[in-house]
Structures are given as C-alpha cells and as structure tokens.
Design a protein around this ligand. Structure first.
Ligand code: SF4
Length: 325
C-alpha cells in the first residue's frame, strides 16, 4: 500500500490535502510538530476529519537552533517561515523509513502566503529539506513541477484540484463536498507571528547567552519587566499565569508572593542583588490590591522555602511602565 506522511497543522488546507490522497487509497500518517511557539491543538481537533493517525513530535531544540539565525531570515515578526517549513519537512523526511512512507506532502497552496508559499519559496523548502522531488503539495500539484510520487504513478494528479492564490473559495467548496465543518480558521496559532511575543523573544536572544526551554515557555506568561540592573522580573497577571510561573520555577529562581492577600506570583533569577530584589517586591505589591499608602509583607522563596520577608511600599505602576517588555 502506498503511504504518505502529511505535515498536519489541522487547518483546512492540510485536512483537504489528506482527504484528496485518501480518496486515492493512499494511507496517511499525519505529523504535527510542537515547540513552545506552536502546539498541536488544532491538529488534535481536526484529525478526526481524516482516517490518518496523528504523530505529535517535539522539535524545540532543533527549531530553536534554527530560529537564532535562520538562513532565509524572518518574516514580518520573528517568524522564520521558510526555514521553519524546511526543518519540519526535513524532520518528517527522517521518519519515512520508520513509518514505511513513500513520500511527504502538505496542504501548502501556491501563492496563498506571499512570502512562504510563492513558487520560489516552495522550491527552496523542497531543496533545503533534502526532500526535493519526494515532496508533494496535492492542492497545487498540477501547477508545480512533477514530483516523484506522480512520476512513479503513486498519485494520480489529474484527480487533484488546481488551487492557487489567497482566495479561500475553492477550499471552502471542497470542504462542503467532503462534508467538513468546524475546522480551525487559517493563520494564528504561531506565537512567532505575534509582534509583542516577537519583541520579547528578540530581547531574550539579545540578553541571555544560554537560553533554556523554560525561558521560551515564560515568554507568553505574565508581565515582563527588565530593570536597569539587567534583571528580568516576571509578574503573573492572573491565577493561570501564577500557576504557570510556579510550574516553571527551578532552584535557580526566586519567587515572591504577597502575604495574607491575593496578588501576583513574581519570578526573578536567584542571582539578584538586594536592591533589585526589593524593587521586585515593590512591583509585587503594586500589582496586588494593596493601597499605595500601606506597607505590605512579601515572602521570598527559593526551592519552596521562605528565605526572607520584605516589608515595603508598592511602587507606582506609572514609574515602572517604561521597563515593560
Ligand atoms: S507561522 Fe510559525 S509555525 Fe508556521 S512556518 Fe512560520 S514560523 Fe513556522
């Protein structure tokens, strides 16, 4: 039986690409890659529209190495889409033997995204991933150079659609034909395309030599302040943030929490000077419901133990606005 590996985002294009090949009795193994920048939620939601088995693979390390210096550069924000696609296809290619696959395919559509899905980018991705002719884009295959699955007669491309451009009408019509409803909207889902997230990531790359996974996870959690003494103070905005900060905290971090009333969980590195630690405590109080004229007590914890208490006033939020990343 012919088997194809699908790069599966869970969006309509990738669902349709699978459906078109399943119609030709091709077995599909779907892969969704995850990093702290994008997850597999949509893929998990959408896989039921197909008969494919979903494999979720974490590529954080390889992806982050590429992200620091993508050969083809970034898009509008910190999104290195061309190199990201090439890496994903490369990783999928490495699974071909294990999954007994004959080729790789995706739901990419020629001209749908001006930067990453123009004719040249699609070719660059095929070349850089090392897949070259093994890579099929079923939705636009009739408009692109012939690939190995077509030449070997594994896929009949005359039965595939001829979709190109940004209009979603052909895909929506096909979805109707297949009876597919409730699929996720295109785009969204990748934090690297978000301007505020990208600003934080850029700052992290510029200011921290050894970036850990936790640093990447924390980029989308809480308010981030960067002090004159070059210390990052992360302040939870709500219970969800507070819990996440506590989860990601290690022995190399210090947590600050206000005593006897609700307030944010604040994270700072263990290597912090006294003055900045007091400043962090003042920020912790500022974001609780303590009145400005009242002092409050803040517990300072390391490795789940209270190592000291700081009693001080909260700082006026306007005074620290300029430090927000
Ligand atoms: S939007 Fe994000 S996940 Fe998608 S190709 Fe670009 S960088 Fe990769």
């Amino acid at each position: 039986m012919t088997t194809g590996i699908a790069l599966f985002s869970g969006g309509l294009d990738s669902i349709l690409a699978i459906k078109m090949l399943e119609q030709q009795n091709i077995k599909v193994e779907a892969i969704s890659f995850v990093t702290p920048f994008f997850g597999a939620e949509n893929a998990q939601k959408s896989i039921g529209h197909t008969n494919a088995k979903l494999h979720i693979i974490d590529i954080t390390e390889r992806h982050f190495e590429m992200l620091k210096k993508p050969p083809h550069g970034y898009g509008k924000n910190m999104n290195p889409c061309i190199d990201c696609h090439a890496l994903m296809f490369k990783c999928a290619g490495e699974m071909m033997t294990e999954l007994k696959a004959d080729f790789i395919f995706s739901g990419e559509v020629l001209g749908e995204r001006p930067m990453s899905q123009n004719r040249n980018s699609l070719q660059v991705v095929a070349k850089d991933s090392g897949l070259e002719e093994q890579l099929l884009r079923p939705l636009s295959a009739r408009l692109l150079p012939p690939t190995a699955p077509e030449k070997l007669g594994l896929v009949d491309i005359s039965k595939l659609p001829e979709i190109k451009g940004r209009s979603r009408k052909p895909q929506i019509a096909l979805a109707k034909e297949f009876g597919i409803t409730g699929y996720p909207e295109p785009a969204g889902g990748c934090k690297l395309t978000d301007p505020s997230f990208s600003k934080r990531l850029k700052h992290l790359l510029e200011h921290k030599k050894k970036v850990e996974r936790k640093d990447l996870e924390l980029l989308s959690t809480g308010r981030h302040f960067f002090t004159e003494s070059q210390v990052k103070i992360i302040v939870g905005r709500d219970e969800k943030d507070n819990n996440r900060i506590e989860e990601l905290c290690s022995k190399d971090d210090i947590l600050l929490t206000i005593d006897n009333r609700p307030g944010p969980t604040v994270m700072v590195p263990k290597e912090i000077d006294e003055k900045t630690l007091e400043f962090a405590a003042a920020i912790c109080i500022a974001y609780s419901n303590t009145k400005p004229e009242k002092k409050a007590s803040v517990s300072v914890l390391n490795d789940n133990k209270v190592i000291k208490k700081i009693v001080t006033f909260g700082i006026a939020k306007e005074k620290v606005k300029g430090l927000i990343l």
